[in-house]
Design a protein. Sequence first.
Length: 198
Amino acid sequence: MLEHLFGSSTRTKLLRLFYSNHDRAYFVRELSRLIDIQLNAVRRELSNLETIGVIKQVEFGQSKEEEAGTERSKYYRLNIDFFLHDELGSLLSKTQILEEQNFIEMLKKRGGNLKMMILTGFFTSVQDVGTDILLVGDIKTIPTAKVIRDFEKFLNRSIRYTILDEKEFSERREIGDRFLYAIFEAKHIIALNEIELN
C-alpha cells in the first residue's frame, strides 16, 4: 500500500493538497493547475488514490429537477472514512515539519549574515500579518529567493517574505512601526535571533 501512496511526487503533492484542505472538493483541471502537473499524470494518480480509498468522487451540477443528459462535473475530495485517514494525515504533518526544519537550516546556511528569522503568517496560521517570514541582517537575496522558491514548490503555495538590514530594523522598531508591531503581537516563531530585543 505504501507504494501506492508514495510511489510518485504527483501522488505526494495531491495528498498534501487534499489533507491541507479537508473540506474542499477539486475538479481534475483545477488540481493539475494547483500542483503544476500534467493532466494525464493527475488523472492517473487520482485513480490510484480513489482505488485505495483515500479520496472519493463527488458530483455537482445536475439536480433531480434538471433534464437528464446534462453532464455532471466530477470532483474529488478527501475520504474521511478511509481506515488510515488519521495515520496518513499524521505522517504528512510530520513530513512537513521535517521539511520546514530543513528549510530553516538552508536559509541559515545560504542566506548570508542572518541575524534574525521570524516565522509567522502561514507558519503559525495567522491571517492578518503582512508577511510569513521576516529576515534581518546582511542577506544574500538571490540564494535566499532560490531556497524560498524550492520550499514553495514543496508546499504548492507562495510564501511572503520581508528582508530588512539591521539598521532599518532598529529604526523601525524605535518608531513603533506598525508592520513590525503586528508581527511581534501576532503568534510567531523566532527561528534565529542574534539581535538584542529590549
